[in-house]
Design a protein around this ligand. Structure first.
Ligand code: NDP
Length: 433
């Protein structure tokens, strides 16, 4: 705590992992001697830099950007860039720390990193977004590379932003280095199914959790927080597997559609027109808008937090349980508070933590890197099949590890320990790094 003052979210993420690692140190005492936990908690490198840019009125704006290169024991640093006004070092470090274990769980050769800026993309023109991305990359380019550090998208960073970032990287370096960024457009090195991957992957993980309990998604009522990249494709796959998704949200309110969320309309509003969710209720009479409403007050059997950290509290968790919720899968990173997780675990419902349940996005980014390295491009079906196989394997690994370490069905324990062991053994083999 004293070493990283004020980094609240980072403390939270580290505490959650450390609380589960006791049995690992009993089984592998060498990790204690090697100070493996302390080493993993310290990023290999942190870069903080100024991003000056000019807005459409000609005014000069200054933002701060970060890239935390956390751990490269398993491969190049890998993790997205987040553009949101709340971004500061503590958020990027929590995300980077989570990313180490998540990436290890995928079984693919990727290390952990994360980046972002306190830039607020809301209300900015395309040109402003482009100028900001170009300025950011003018510093970032010297720190990244397809064998070094491979950024991607996150909140506020989608295909448009990755395009501007990639264009500037290519221009400065004079290299068409496709594998330096993932989440690219399909015509310039992107992977089919990457856009869908995080949301689809979360539902595959959920399906496995339900299967092991002899249940399925068919006929289940779901609510999904957020209405961005992860939320949209979680809704799509949940519906495809027979669920009824009745609500989603953004940072201003909640949409409840008694006919079920109309995916075509949602995509048109969010992906094409880039409008707010209020536009949904203007188009659809079966829907109501709850301004500043809490999505977790809508009765459901399955809850899918897909917006942001700490969006689901203990109070929300109690409300969900009381109203019949039987499963939660985290599409977002650390959306449930530690107290909220405890409520779910005490109630014995299926709870899939983000570092396992939302690993499909980064896994498919690693598949994008594979395609780039072999100058190839796979079909949607093949890529999605690989995503599904990876998610089923992550679920199995977490489940088996939870049993092996005396906490059967506790996916928080399973994910943390399985991820830690993979990274810890690799670091151990490489000496004092
Ligand atoms: P998007 O920017 O596409 O969407 C984010 C959604 O969450 C929007 O609906 C946004 O509402 C809402 N939101 C963001 N911040 C807040 C906040 N502070 N309070 C309330 N609502 C908020 O991001 P993604 O869908 O890509 O990311 C969502 C989550 O999933 C994040 O936690 C991210 O780290 C995680 N994730 C994303 C992956 C990916 O591949 N994209 C991979 C793995 C995890 P509004 O528009 O009003 O801001």
């Amino acid at each position: 705590l004293r070493r990283n003052p004020g980094e609240t979210e980072f403390h939270q993420a580290v505490r959650e992992v450390l609380e589960t690692l006791g049995p690992v140190l009993v089984k592998y005492p060498e990790f204690a001697e090697q100070k493996m936990i302390q080493r993993i908690c310290e990023p290999e490198r942190q870069i903080i830099f100024r991003v000056p840019w000019q807005d459409d009125r000609g005014q000069i704006q200054i933002n701060r950007a970060f890239r935390v290169e956390f751990n490269s024991a398993l491969g190049p640093y890998k993790g997205g860039m987040r553009f949101h006004p709340s971004v500061y070092l503590g958020i990027i470090k929590f995300l980077g720390f989570e990313q180490i274990f998540k990436n290890a769980l995928t079984g693919l050769p990727i290390g952990g990193g994360k980046g972002g800026s306190d830039f607020d993309p809301k209300g900015k023109s395309d040109c402003e977004i482009m100028r900001f991305c170009q300025s950011l990359m003018t510093e970032l380019y010297r720190h990244i590379g397809d064998h070094t550090d491979v950024p991607a998208g996150d909140i506020g960073v989608g295909e448009r932003e990755v395009g501007y970032l990639f264009g500037q990287y290519k221009r400065i370096t004079n290299r068409y280095e496709s594998g330096v960024l993932t989440g690219k457009g399909l015509s310039w090195g992107g992977s089919r199914a990457r856009r869908e991957a995080t949301g689809f992957g979360t539902i595959y993980f959920l399906e496995e959790m339900l299967k092991i309990r002899g249940d399925s998604l068919v006929g289940k009522t779901c609510v999904v927080s957020g209405s961005g990249n992860v939320a949209i494709y979680a809704i799509e796959k949940a519906k495809a597997l027979g669920a009824r998704v009745i609500a989603c949200s953004d940072s201003n309110g909640v949409v409840v559609d008694r006919d079920g969320i109309d995916l075509g309309l949602l995509k048109q509003i969010k992906e094409v027109e880039r409008r707010r969710l209020t536009a949904y209720v203007q188009e659809k009479t079966s829907a109501t808008y709850l301004e500043n409403g809490c999505i977790w007050s809508i009765p459901c059997q399955v809850a899918l937090p897909c917006a942001t950290q700490n969006e689901l509290t203990a109070k929300d968790a109690k409300t969900l349980i009381e109203q019949g919720c039987i499963a939660v899968a985290e599409g977002a990173n650390m959306p449930t508070t530690p107290e909220g997780i405890r409520v779910f675990q005490d109630a014995g419902i299926a709870f899939g933590p983000g570092k396992a349940a939302n690993a499909g996005g980064v896994a498919t980014s690693a598949l994008e890197m594979q395609q780039n390295a072999s100058r190839d491009s796979w079909t949607f079906d093949y890529t999605e099949q690989r995503l599904k196989t990876i998610m089923v394997a992550i679920h199995r690994r977490c489940h088996e590890t939870s049993e092996e370490f005396g906490a059967p069905g506790n996916y928080v324990v399973g994910a943390n320990i399985a991820g830690f062991l993979k990274v810890g053994h690799a670091m151990s083999a490489m000496g004092l790094i």
